[in-house]
Design a protein. Structure first.
Length: 99
């Protein structure tokens, strides 16, 4: 079955996360009810992260997602916005392999 453009980005993120040492993550089932979540929630070497994936060409998160990301960063976590840009994927991979 063919993947959507966003599905292709998520497949690349999945490969990076699966290859990272000491990384656990989940992809929450999203719902219009309750708290806004990003596409990925995880922990790597004791560091909390969330990732929002978008299809290529989409260059920003929604307002609700931006608010979520600001709150995570304020609490000491890390967020990533990835739309398939190789630099964004490289930044995620570098962060996962850093101390």
């Amino acid at each position: 079955m063919a993947k959507t453009p966003e599905g292709n980005v998520k497949a690349r993120i999945d490969l990076i996360l699966k290859a990272a040492p000491f990384c656990k993550y989940t992809k929450p089932v999203l719902s219009p009810y309750g708290e806004t979540m990003l596409d990925y929630v995880g922990c790597s070497k004791g560091r909390y992260f969330e990732i929002e994936a978008k299809r290529p060409g989409v260059n920003k998160a929604t307002e609700r997602q931006e608010i979520r990301m600001e709150g995570i960063r304020a609490a000491g976590g890390t967020t990533f916005f990835i739309n398939g840009d190789p630099d964004q994927l490289d930044a995620l991979e570098a962060w996962l392999h850093s101390n």
